[in-house]
Design a protein around this ligand. Structure first.
Ligand code: FM0
Length: 329
């Protein structure tokens, strides 16, 4: 009873920022992302009655007990669905350089949900798989699908209507996402803790909630019309609003470092010069820059020339979950 799955990371254009139920990973707002071709996680899950507990080999290292507790909690959801108590051996390799500033939790839990449910022959639909992945990490719900993906927040208290769906497949519209890795120290607040603190204490959180669904509507319009300017403007504004909420939290915090601002300012400057580019930033100092493919090389060079930029990796819309028959690690 084993299966192997590959899942790609995603970058949110409309951010998931806040939970209404932490246990079930139910968000306060819907979000929308692009699944990226460049970074992914491959995970093999083997269930066997021979195992006395769950284990996790992550990038060649036995995971610490703290990690195993999380994996076991997640696998329990899958075991409950399958009606089994059998333990699992999980082997996972992240092709997501930590330094690239992508959380591996989205691709990690999407790949784990897919491999574990396949190994137990659950035969879940895409939306069922998305709702399952969501319970490992919210953003993982979106990595089940390729291209442009919306995670509908849902209204039900049990979370049955909180899952992602594909808005547009990865072939339908080629936009460029430049992953800009900056010279920065480690971040001090995780996205999980950051969003919770913001929901609980920031007076600006109401402002976030007041406009995020409208942003989503305009973003879906932009995608439908292939309107890159609208996509970029809405994505940048939405990211800025998310980060603004953290400044009002108690205690306040900020994910940006000086290198982050260097990139943001450069993007605005390029735009003034007529080179269309927009930024978005997750819960960390690195920046993702959105542009059209014909401008990606030029913009990459301009950003890479900044002394505070360590690397620029060009990404495009990528695929959803893939099941593999051989393990390459
Ligand atoms: O991706 O507590 O999924 O929509 O990246 O595991 O559910 O790590 F910018 C922040 C991702 C949040 C926006 O949060 O949290 C986005 C963020 P979890 P995640």
């Amino acid at each position: 009873m084993e299966a192997i799955a590959r899942a790609h990371t995603n970058i949110a254009l409309i951010k998931y920022w806040g939970k209404r139920n932490s246990q079930l990973f139910l968000p306060t707002n819907s979000s929308l992302s692009i699944t990226l071709d460049h970074f992914y996680t491959e995970t093999k899950v083997q269930f066997s009655d021979q195992f006395e507990k769950d284990s996790l080999l992550l990038d060649g290292n036995q995971a610490a007990d703290k990690e195993i507790v999380k994996i076991t909690a997640f696998l329990n959801h899958v075991r409950n669905l399958a009606g089994t108590k059998t333990f699992a051996k999980v082997t996972s390799v992240n092709h997501v350089p930590t330094a690239a500033g992508f959380a591996s939790s989205a691709s990690g839990y999407a790949a784990l949900a897919a491999a574990a449910s396949k190994a137990l022959q659950l035969d879940l639909t895409g939306t069922e798989l998305s709702a399952l992945a969501r319970q490992g990490s919210g953003s993982a719900s979106r990595s089940i699908f390729g291209g442009f993906v919306e995670w509908q927040k849902g209204d039900n208290t049990d979370g049955t209507d909180s899952f992602a769906t594909q808005v547009l497949d990865e072939q339908a519209w080629n936009v460029s996402v430049l992953s800009v890795v900056v010279e920065a120290g480690p971040k001090s607040v995780s996205s999980r803790d950051g969003m919770q603190r913001t929901v609980e204490t920031s007076p600006f959180y109401e402002g976030w909630l007041a406009t995020v669904e409208e942003d989503l509507k305009l973003m879906k319009e932009a995608i439908n019309d292939r309107d890159f300017t609208q996509l970029g403007e809405i994505a940048e504004a939405n990211a800025l609003k998310m980060h603004a909420t953290t400044l009002g939290a108690k205690p306040p915090f900020l994910y940006w470092q000086s290198a982050t601002l260097d990139v943001m300012q450069k993007v605005m400057e390029l735009r003034q010069q007529g080179l269309e580019a927009y930024f978005t930033i997750d819960a960390g100092p690195n920046v993702k820059v959105l542009c059209e493919p014909e401008n990606e090389q030029m913009i990459k060079e301009k950003l890479a020339a900044l002394s505070s930029v360590r690397d620029v990796i060009v990404c495009h819309p990528g695929p959803g979950i893939q099941y593999l028959s051989d393990w390459n690690g």
